[in-house]
Ligand binder design. Structure first.
Ligand SMILES: *[C@@H]1O[C@H](CO)[C@@H](O)[C@H](O)[C@H]1NC(C)=O
Ligand SMILES: *[C@@H]1O[C@H](CO)[C@@H](O)[C@H](O)[C@H]1NC(C)=O
Ligand SMILES: *[C@@H]1O[C@H](CO)[C@@H](O)[C@H](O)[C@H]1NC(C)=O
Ligand SMILES: *[C@@H]1O[C@H](CO)[C@@H](O)[C@H](O)[C@H]1NC(C)=O
Length: 347
């Protein structure tokens, strides 16, 4: 129901999106400055959005995204953060692959690929948004999810990484932990919600997760308290990433055994390895100011730029390889193997 109201609101006020805004694609490349800094190519392909200071290696703090970027693909003109998730592939019956195209959400038509990003003080559809949160600090970064997760049990360690099978652009439920098993007429939306409790000290951690925590009980949405180990309540960062899987919705092209044909760029055909990465890069205290405004979607302290400007910001590829946007490719870049079924047999 919550999601219904948000979708309704989005249709009424699509372009004044604070806390909820569109970002176009910056580049699709086999780079991962968080997990594999400097490695060109990194093990798997991502779509990256945000500030154009994005490079294969971004040393925390020294690499000041807001200072080094000249443009951003995000609607807020002061957000030079980088956000990324894996790319998605369709596997044909003959074993060749094509990359699934991406598009913006309803209300963000004209956006080049990309995703929708949220920063929330309270849960969606709480129009007051009054709970105080502390904005991220320069040098902050985190990830959520585990690309090697192979079972539902492993995936469930991460409360809120899910898929929505879009019957239409406004569909918001149900959400599933695994890839949808049937064609989705308006595509697949991947939902990623990051943990919201910070240890108050570390801008990063060796696994890029453990400086953050989920609430001690309940969830962010239920105002669950932060644990003593991670006492600082941060904004809920959420991504909605839409893949135009309907381009491949002809089931005569789907596997003969009835399984679904989509595979993450890290070789996962189950969907349990859903994960996303975040490197904070808002200018000065712009994010804190917005978070202090008690506004819902329409926040006057958020400066915005035009879709044209968002779309004109990009960086050249560092890795030059065929990623399967035009021709069918024999294997996913960097992935000789793929994991079609979960080890526990579930889907
Ligand atoms: C957004 O806020 C401004 C300033 O208060 C107001 O003029 C405008 O009508 C609002 N827009 C929406 C869609 O709520
Ligand atoms: C931004 O502009 C400056 C000055 O023109 C330039 O030196 C720098 O390389 C640019 N940065 C990016 C990421 O393009
Ligand atoms: C593999 O399958 C795709 C999709 O059906 C088709 O377009 C392509 O020509 C096939 N490639 C080969 C080598 O058979
Ligand atoms: C598949 O997508 C096409 C448009 O790309 C649409 O015309 C068709 O109705 C869709 N079929 C299903 C089963 O969703």
């Amino acid at each position: 129901m919550l999601w219904n109201s948000l979708a309704a609101l989005a249709l009424v006020a699509p372009s004044h999106a604070l806390i909820r805004f569109g970002c176009s694609q910056l580049v699709v490349d086999r780079l991962d400055p968080l997990v594999n800094p400097g490695l060109t190519p990194s093990p798997h392909l991502h779509q990256i959005i945000g500030g154009n200071s994005f490079t294969p290696s971004m040393t925390p703090v020294e690499h000041d995204l807001a200072k080094l970027s000249n443009c951003t693909t995000c609607q807020p003109s002061e957000d030079f953060s980088n956000y990324w998730t894996a790319s998605l592939y369709f596997r044909a019956r003959n074993g060749t692959f094509k990359r699934v195209p991406q598009r913006g959400n309803a209300g963000f038509e004209g956006q080049k690929g990309g995703m929708t990003v949220y920063y929330m003080q309270n849960q969606l559809a709480d129009y007051a948004q009054k709970a105080k949160v502390k904005a991220f600090q320069p040098g902050f970064r985190m990830l959520i999810g585990n690309p090697t997760a192979n079972t539902r049990q492993e995936a469930e360690k991460y409360q809120q990484l899910t898929y929505t099978c879009l019957q239409n652009p406004g569909t918001r439920f149900p959400e599933t932990k695994a890839f949808p098993t049937k064609p989705c007429p308006a595509g697949i939306m991947v939902n990623l919600r990051f943990p919201t409790c910070w240890d108050g000290k570390n801008l990063d951690s060796p696994d890029h997760i453990s400086h953050m925590s989920y609430p001690a009980s309940g969830v962010f949405e239920s105002q669950g308290p932060c644990p003593d180990s991670h006492p600082v309540r941060m904004p809920q960062v959420m991504y909605e990433v839409i893949f135009e899987t309907q381009v491949f919705n002809d089931t005569s092209l789907w596997p003969e055994d009835g399984s679904q044909p989509f595979v993450w760029s890290f070789g996962d055909g189950t969907g349990y390895g859903n994960h996303g990465d975040y490197v904070f890069g808002w200018k000065d205290d712009a994010l804190q100011k917005i978070m202090d405004e008690e506004c819902y979607v329409n926040c006057t302290s958020m400066k915005t730029q035009s879709m044209e400007k968002m779309n004109s910001c990009s960086v050249p590829n560092k890795v030059h390889e065929d990623i399967g946007d035009n021709d069918w490719i024999a294997s996913i870049p960097g992935q000789p193997m793929m994991r079609l079924h979960a080890a526990d047999g579930s889907i």
